[in-house]
Design a protein around this ligand. Structure first.
Ligand code: MLT
Length: 269
């Protein structure tokens, strides 16, 4: 996939595009997790059935996207606005939209403002942070200020990858570490602040009137299977797929199973 750029006002929004400028294709937009960038979706080009194009934006500050300053009261809506700006610039009125974990939180914010063709929720949740979760976020802010992205990678790694991946696929950890170390402390800080302020969104999930798939790794510790089950219960039309032998970063840990689920879903639209 090639990294592309659009300029909106003073901002640059970077995105990966599997088929730049091909207007004849249907579009899947995938939004990345925290604290990775859009490059985490590289392996999902293989998930596309014929006739589809993948677009993966870098959220502000991540990858090649600039950070917006001043960032005084950051919310998930900022990220959603950036994705909407990108869709306008690329003239993509109703793509399939989805994301993993934080990318799912952004998708939920987007759903308050637009109706996509269909939705992909991966390893995410519709609940807000608990008080304990917010306290952990404050700890993460201290960690990123003190040790930067490497410290964040070290702290999160045991929860980002499932036990099976850590035991049987030792090559995945350095890949994830590299994706995290490419990010800036400012981008990570902005994402933490946005995640801790996000609202619960079960109302959005319950109001979904388009096809949806919910994919989660069986060994996910960050957003356990129960979080996905609760989303599926709130939206009875949604299809729930639990991927065996995968933790939180299900698309990187079990790409074949993840891609098969997405390909099957897109193929039926
Ligand atoms: C993510 O993977 O995007 C984050 O771990 C989600 C979170 O911390 O809530």
């Amino acid at each position: 996939m090639q990294r592309q750029y659009v300029h909106v006002g003073a901002r640059t929004i970077a995105y990966f595009d599997s088929a730049p400028h091909d207007r004849s294709l249907r579009v899947l937009v995938l939004i990345h997790a925290f604290p990775l960038g859009a490059a985490m979706w590289e392996g999902q080009v293989k998930a596309l059935p014929p006739g589809w194009r993948l677009i993966a934006p870098d959220l502000r500050g991540f990858g090649g996207s600039t950070i917006a300053e001043p960032d005084e009261a950051p919310t998930m809506d900022d990220y959603a606005s950036d994705v909407i700006d990108l869709l306008h610039e690329l003239e993509l009125p109703a793509p399939v939209v989805g994301g993993l974990s934080m990318g799912g939180y952004v998708t939920l914010a987007l759903l308050r403002r637009m109706t996509p063709r269909a939705v992909v929720f991966a390893a995410t949740r519709a609940s807000a942070d608990s008080p304990e979760g917010r306290a952990n976020r404050r700890g993460m802010l201290v960690l990123v200020d003190r040790e930067g992205p490497s410290g964040v990678a070290r702290d999160m790694m045991p929860r980002l990858l499932g036990a099976t991946t850590r035991e049987e696929q030792p090559e995945v950890e350095p890949l994830v570490r590299r994706l995290i170390k490419q990010q800036t402390p400012a981008a990570i800080r902005g994402a933490v602040l946005r995640m801790m302020e996000r609202p619960a969104s079960f109302d959005v999930v319950a109001a979904l009137a388009v096809p949806a798939i919910i994919v989660v790794g069986e060994e996910d510790e960050l957003t356990p299977v129960d979080d996905s089950r609760r989303m599926a219960e709130a939206s009875p039309g949604a299809r729930l797929v639990v991927v065996p032998r995968a933790g939180h970063l299900v698309n990187l840990e079990q790409p074949d199973a993840f891609n098969a689920a997405i390909r099957g879903f897109l193929g039926q639209l």
